[in-house]
Design a protein around this ligand. Structure first.
Ligand SMILES: C[S@@+](CC[C@H](N)C(=O)[O-])C[C@H]1O[C@@H](n2cnc3c(N)ncnc32)[C@H](O)[C@@H]1O
Length: 350
């Protein structure tokens, strides 16, 4: 008889099955599971759910059971042999279409684009070339306007609004009269911050194809408020807009190399008003081992697929780079809670 090993492969199986969890969540959104449950606030039986979603009863049952297993649907046994299924609090808040911080389209984007991108991970690692954008261009360059437009309109705004809301509540932006959102994407941060700080003005700077979408987004959602200025440009070549007490860099620096981080933040330092600050929002590693939190680890791997030179960093690494860029005071600032797009801030002052 062979010797029985004392270790088990179950930890490997748990990792291997991770994609099933991600796909089940995305497919549940795609099939309108949470919308159907929302229409039955006191809970629904499998049969009623199957009828409402036009699914076979057997697979509807397995879908609901699977979502209960993920912890995003709750079940209540009535003692009559009937079970009622309802949305969990998190599903009701983030997975029902039309809710303020609807996260479902972002999950679908993650499933559609992220999943395909990750299929090419071995090539990206072997060749040190980003592979996840269909035309082989890195996502950060957004050189495919049609694809970028579809992605941004459908998913990026609602996907980033919660992170923007956490950042708005975690740091007092009212120390400044105006904020420059550098690489601000399609305006989610401007919109969210504007709600929290009614007297702040904003300049959003991004590449032209993003600015077009931001213009649409801000004009349809801001009730025509003249608080948003949009500037199209390239933050490597064009002047960084001046006259702002805060320059926000949210999810920008991890896309770039150490040298680029120093160059870009030095350009921001030169542009910020005297007494002002740059606010860096990122998903930082906890410490120099760079093995936690898992969100930073996985985002770091994602940077292989999406960028030529990007990587996640510790707060300390950023502090060193910011000091090389000429910032004399860099403070770490905790968020009130970890958000999908950031787990902390750095406040750097010249
Ligand atoms: C990862 S996204 C972050 C968007 C937003 N700040 C957020 O936190 O969700 C990076 C942004 O940087 C912009 N960007 C990349 N390269 C740029 C450049 N050279 N000039 C201006 N914007 C650029 C992209 O268009 C994109 O909107």
């Amino acid at each position: 008889m062979t010797e029985h090993t004392t270790v088990s492969p179950m930890s490997l199986m748990t990792i291997a099955a991770g994609f099933r969890r991600a796909r089940l969540l995305a497919v549940a959104v795609e099939l309108g599971t949470f919308d159907a449950l929302d229409r039955a606030p006191s809970g629904t039986t499998v049969r009623n759910f199957a009828a409402a979603t036009n699914l076979p009863v057997r697979t509807a049952q397995l879908l609901l059971d699977g979502c209960v297993g993920l912890g995003i649907i709750t079940r209540k046994d009535l003692g009559t042999g009937e079970t009622l299924f309802s949305n969990s609090t998190v599903a009701a808040e983030f997975l029902v279409r039309g809710t303020r911080y609807f996260f479902g389209d972002y999950l679908l984007l993650n499933d559609f684009r992220g999943y395909q991108g990750w299929m090419t991970l071995a090539d990206a690692i072997r060749t040190d070339t980003p592979t996840s954008w269909p035309n082989q261009q890195p996502l950060s360059a957004h050189r495919d306007p049609a694809a970028a437009h579809a992605m941004s309109r459908g998913a990026l705004d609602p996907g980033t609004r919660w992170t923007a809301s956490v950042i708005a509540r975690s740091f007092d932006f009212s120390e400044s009269r105006s904020v420059l959102d550098l690489g601000g994407g399609i305006g989610a941060y401007c919109l969210e911050l504007a709600e929290h700080y009614p007297s702040l003005r904003f300049t959003l700077f991004d590449q032209p194809n993003k600015i077009d979408i931001a213009a649409e987004n801000l004009s349809t959602r801001s009730n025509g408020e003249p608080r948003f200025e949009l500037v199209a440009g390239d933050f490597w070549r064009d002047p960084i807009p001046t006259g702002h007490g805060i320059v926000l860099l949210s999810n920008i620096l991890a896309d770039w190399s150490d040298e680029d981080v120093v160059t870009l933040t030095a350009r921001c330092r030169a542009a910020v008003e005297p007494g002002g600050a740059i606010v860096v929002a990122e998903t930082f590693f906890d410490d120099a081992t760079k093995s936690t939190p898992e969100t930073a680890v996985m985002h770091g791997i994602h940077m292989i697929l999406e960028t030529h030179s990007g990587r996640n960093r510790t707060r300390e690494e950023y502090c060193t780079l910011l000091s090389e860029a000429g910032f004399r005071h860099v403070d770490t600032h905790d968020l009130l809670e970890t958000a999908p797009g950031a787990n902390g801030l750095l406040i750097a002052r010249p």
